[in-house]
Ligand binder design. Structure first.
Ligand SMILES: Nc1ncnc2c1ncn2[C@@H]1O[C@H](COP(=O)(O)OP(=O)(O)OP(=O)(O)O)[C@@H](O)[C@H]1O
Ligand SMILES: [Mg+2]
Length: 349
């Protein structure tokens, strides 16, 4: 009898110890009374730290639903699996798919087990997939719209040119019309770039020169807005394999965003560096309104804009271009302090 009991305890211990899912037990007050190694791995807390902790402390406070669900398991023995969001010891969130199981001793519920699978990675992938799906939809839409607009635009441009040659006294409007038409053309090619990279012209160019050209190009507008752009190149040429126009487009987008974030004016620092990994790094740091954590998460979604006249395509297009050049974009921002955008690109050797 004793041997059987010991064997049963061993079996039960093995089940907990070697399970890849987290298994914690709670007493009826919701206090953790045991935790297996997987629970330690997922939460980042040791079993010692977990035991005695109210399970609710692990949950993200704003997830009211889970708190109620937890209450239901404890008091009504609900058995459905549910998604929970917890905060790891490191402060990082984790998503769990949790199945509760009530613990009955002598027909009385003394607590419950929570068996949970870490689905954080799965969730991240799902979100990425959703984002890329949206991206293709946006891309298709953009391509369609761009295509439809391009033809009438060509006709209009032709007529504006013809009008410029005749003597009808409208000559003061013509340059404006031409300028506006060209602006539309730029927007269209930006949209088309979204759908698929347009006949990309890859060549070796000096990133320092490209960035400097953009700074020069935009500094007149900056001056009007009471903004100073300071440029800190490394002083050496930084050859990259790129489509120079696309790369310039990216920095125009960043500077335009920085301008729009600084209605009171201020300073924008554009600095360059090389890293030990053979990368070149460009930093665009503004003193603008900044981006909240909540907004940061939504960046990269097509048409996400906080501006009345914004298309919400600038960053998306920039991401696409840099990705295409085997580079990366990193955005750091603090509300009320400013935003720093970092672009790394491989140096061509
Ligand atoms: N430097 C920045 N400072 C503060 N917020 C920014 C900055 N850059 C981007 N953002 C935020 O990110 C959003 C998306 O930027 P994005 O460039 O993709 O679109 P947009 O600027 O709104 O529109 P568009 O670029 O088409 O004019 C902006 O609406 C803004 O809220
Ligand atoms: Mg923008």
């Amino acid at each position: 009898m004793l041997q059987m009991l010991e064997e049963s305890v061993d079996r039960y211990t093995s089940l907990k110890k070697y399970n890849l899912d987290a298994i914690v037990s709670l007493n009826t007050s919701g206090i953790i009374t045991s935790a297996n190694p997987a629970a330690e791995a997922i939460t980042g807390y040791s079993a010692l730290e977990l035991i005695g902790m109210p399970f609710a402390d692990l949950l993200v406070p704003e997830e009211e639903g889970t708190q109620t669900q937890l209450h239901n398991i404890m008091h009504e023995g609900a058995l459905a699996g549910m998604e929970m969001k917890i905060v790891r010891k490191s402060g990082q969130p984790a998503y769990l798919l949790a199945t509760p199981a009530p613990i009955y001793v002598n027909r009385r519920q003394v607590g419950c087990y929570i068996i949970a699978k870490d689905i954080t990675e799965q969730k991240r992938k799902d979100e990425l997939l959703l984002k890329s799906e949206k991206l293709t939809i946006a891309g298709q839409l953009a391509a369609g719209v761009a295509h439809e607009i391009r033809n009438p635009l060509t006709a209009l441009k032709g007529f504006v040119q013809l009008m410029g040659r005749s003597e009808h006294g409208y000559s003061q409007y013509l340059p404006i019309m031409k300028e506006e038409l060209e602006r539309i053309e730029v927007i269209i090619s930006e949209l088309l770039m979204l759908a698929k990279p347009q006949a990309v012209q890859m060549k070796i160019a000096d990133l320092a020169v490209l960035v400097q050209e953009v700074v020069m190009l935009t500094s007149a507008q900056a001056m009007l807005l009471n903004i100073e752009i300071r440029f800190f190149p490394t002083g050496e040429p930084l050859p990259i394999r790129c489509d120079p126009n696309q790369i310039k487009q990216v920095f125009v987008n960043f500077l335009k965003n920085a301008f729009e974030a600084m209605p009171q004016g201020g300073t924008i620092d554009v600095s360059m560096e090389t890293t030990e990994q053979g990368l070149t790094l460009v930093r665009v740091a503004d003193q603008g309104c900044g981006i909240s954590q909540e907004q940061l998460r939504q960046l990269g979604e097509p048409f996400y804009s906080t501006k009345e006249a914004g298309t919400g395509l600038g960053l998306l297009v920039s991401h696409k271009i840099i990705e295409h050049h085997k580079g990366r974009i990193h955005i750091a921002s603090e509300v009320g302090v400013g935003t720093t955008i970092q672009v790394t690109l491989p140096i061509h050797r």
